[in-house]
Ligand binder design. Structure first.
Ligand code: HEC
Ligand code: HEC
Ligand code: HEC
Ligand code: HEC
Length: 510
């Protein structure tokens, strides 16, 4: 007898606890109507699950994005192919965002943060594949947000939607191997079934449904569309369809009735609008997998420093997108929070601007540029053709005000003509360039001076050498240093003294 006592005790406990549990469960459930009025379609939600969902779908700390005003990235950097239209300020803050959204925060130091995508000794280099993949990911994100609004609406997606701070999105899928042979003949062929898989809700439904429907465009049908033999859907197709539907329900954390009226599964008339959204979603996912993911298969290396996550599957294919990649258990990704609105640069692709032909840049402590500021012959008047170059210089100076404590603008002439006059002309030309920069809103302290013929770059009496010597230089003055150099040149003696000397003879001392 004695051995039955524990069972009785358990029985009493079960009898007492189960009803309490059931009541507690329902007390903890919210429900709301999803279908058209009168069709009686309700969605039950556990309060606890909703609270967990809210926890899992937090947005990352918002990083304020830099102003879109100012010098373009395409002019500032050497190798920008898709983000060239951003301002330098905006570009910089976007890099910080990529860091937060996709770069790994652990693993080898040199592969973390900026180092995930960059050789930090040379940011322009494409040697690390995540940088190359990232360009493609921008194009994919722009494509989703601008071309698939029938699915993503105005809510759209960001890198965070799929990545959530990880280099490889948590929810992804690979092609499945055909199951192991169990035996001979009829027993042997498993029809890709009976291997519990997550996306079919751990049922024994076939595991190749995603391939058929989210990569290939097989027809998702259970009910035949007409009465003729051969036009029906096979049992195999039916099972695939149900496997896919389980994936939908799991990915969105909803019941079948979120999209169907269960008394007529196939009827569009009786389905809530969510089913139409899902219909577009299926087409979108096929497009993304075939266009974008297919194009980076192979760019992501099969071995190397980053292979700790499984990216390639048993059939050596790269991880792909399914409904869970974005939704992650929520009826709308991130529970519909409007994250994209904070990062408008992710909305649509913008044609890349041509780089600035003057190539204005900061180099060796100077503002350098190709081309020349041109003046009327013998005058300090800047010619209108140089307006654009001055615009570019001014933009750069304004954008880099933080690293330009002061500027020294120095005029130089060629060696032809009277040195005294040349000296004065070069002073006036430098001053006139400063005036042009001020007009364009450059506010950093600027000192100007002229060297005339006193600091030539070459001394041959050739047109090429003359051209090289006629120039305006812009030196960045380090913090705490005087705007004008201590060894600023003195004006050479007036012309009378040198009278009688030939032009060539006026070649200044070095
Ligand atoms: C997830 C990848 C990724 C991360 C992380 C990342 N970048 Fe980038 N970075 C890129 C891509 C892609 C480009 C090229 C953009 C283009 O082609 O339009 C780029 C370009 C640049 C450039 C321009 C280089 C040149 O001269 O062409 C700089 C500078 C830069 N990044 C700085 C940073 C800094 C600083 C960080 C860390 C805060 C960082 N990046 C983090 C992907 C990344
Ligand atoms: C719709 C979901 C989705 C969005 C949005 C998305 N990605 Fe991805 N991303 C993926 C998938 C899937 C892969 C393939 C996984 C792999 O490479 O193994 C991937 C791969 C990558 C990789 C290579 C990972 C690795 O090391 O293998 C990088 C880097 C990356 N994405 C960056 C970005 C950036 C930056 C953005 C935003 C501009 C972005 N992704 C937006 C789904 C997405
Ligand atoms: C997120 C929305 C969504 C969820 C959840 C969903 N379905 Fe579907 N279902 C669809 C869409 C969309 C189609 C039609 C696909 C197409 O035509 O390409 C479909 C098609 C079907 C079909 C085929 C109808 C026909 O015309 O033959 C059946 C059966 C079906 N679903 C059953 C289910 C079952 C059972 C569940 C729950 C396990 C479920 N669905 C969950 C969206 C959904
Ligand atoms: C690229 C990311 C992404 C992928 C992949 C994706 N969705 Fe969505 N889905 C969204 C976004 C974003 C919304 C929210 C749209 C809005 O707010 O209007 C959404 C909304 C929906 C809705 C409407 C929910 C509602 O309550 O209105 C359904 C249903 C849906 N998705 C089903 C699917 C199915 C099924 C798949 C897989 C075939 C899928 N989604 C794949 C991004 C995605």
């Amino acid at each position: 007898m004695i051995q039955y006592i524990p069972f009785k005790v358990i029985g009493i406990f079960v009898a007492a606890i189960v009803p309490v549990g059931v009541i507690a469960y329902y007390a903890d459930t919210l429900n709301h109507e999803v279908g058209f009025r009168g069709v009686g379609m309700w969605q039950d939600e556990s309060v606890e699950r909703l609270a967990n969902l809210a926890d899992q779908n937090q947005l990352p700390l918002q990083i304020p994005q830099g102003s879109m005003e100012g010098n373009l990235a395409v002019n500032q950097y050497q190798n920008v192919q898709v983000l060239g239209h951003l301002s330098v300020a905006n570009f910089g803050t976007l890099m910080a965002v990529l860091n937060q959204w996709v770069a790994p925060k652990d693993g080898p130091m040199e592969n973390r943060n900026c180092g995930y995508c960059h050789n930090v000794q040379n940011f322009a280099s494409d040697e690390k594949y995540p940088k190359v993949v990232t360009r493609r990911m921008f194009q994919m994100t722009w494509h989703v947000n601008s071309q698939w609004q029938r699915h993503v609406g105005n809510t759209g997606v960001t890198c965070w939607t799929c990545h959530r701070g990880q280099p490889v999105p948590q929810y992804r899928w690979n092609l499945e191997e055909e199951g192991p042979q169990r035996g001979q003949g009829m027993l042997g062929y498993m029809q890709e079934q009976n291997q519990a898989n997550w996306y079919a809700g751990l049922t024994s439904l076939p595991n190749t449904a995603l391939q058929s429907y989210l990569l290939d465009d097989m027809n998702i049908r259970v009910q035949g569309t007409d009465i003729y033999p051969g036009h029906r859907s096979s049992i195999k197709q039916t099972e695939w369809t149900y496997s896919l539907m389980m994936h939908f329900s799991n990915s969105l954390g909803v019941n079948c009735t979120y999209c169907h009226n269960s008394r007529r599964w196939g009827s569009w008339e009786q389905s809530p609008l969510t089913r139409t959204t899902a219909w577009h979603g299926i087409r979108m996912v096929r497009d993304l997998n075939n266009t974008y993911i297919a194009s980076i298969d192979g760019v992501v290396p099969r071995e190397g420093a980053y292979t700790s996550h499984q990216r390639y599957g048993a059939l050596d294919d790269l991880a792909k997108i399914n409904c869970a990649t974005c939704h992650q258990g929520a009826y709308k990704p991130l529970l519909g929070q409007q994250m994209l609105a904070q990062y408008p640069v992710l909305r649509a692709a913008v044609p890349q601007p041509e780089p600035d032909p003057d190539d204005v840049r900061i180099e060796d402590g100077r503002i350098e540029f190709d081309g020349k500021i041109q003046f009327r012959t013998g005058s300090a008047e800047v010619l209108p053709v140089s307006g654009e170059l001055l615009d570019h210089i001014a933009t750069l100076a304004k954008n880099h005000a933080y690293e330009i404590a002061g500027l020294r603008v120095a005029g130089h002439t060629d060696l032809q003509g009277d040195p005294r006059q040349n000296f004065e002309l070069s002073e006036q030309r430098a001053a006139s360039v400063v005036a042009q920069l001020r007009e364009r809103g450059v506010e950093v302290p600027i000192g100007s001076l002229g060297y005339g013929t006193l600091a030539p770059l070459c001394t041959e009496a050739t047109a090429a050498c003359n051209r090289q010597n006629r120039r305006v230089e812009m030196v960045i003055v380090p913090e705490g240093e005087a705007l004008l150099p201590a060894d600023a040149p003195e004006a050479p003696p007036a012309a009378e003294v040198l009278e009688g000397e030939s032009v060539e003879g006026a070649t200044a001392a070095e």
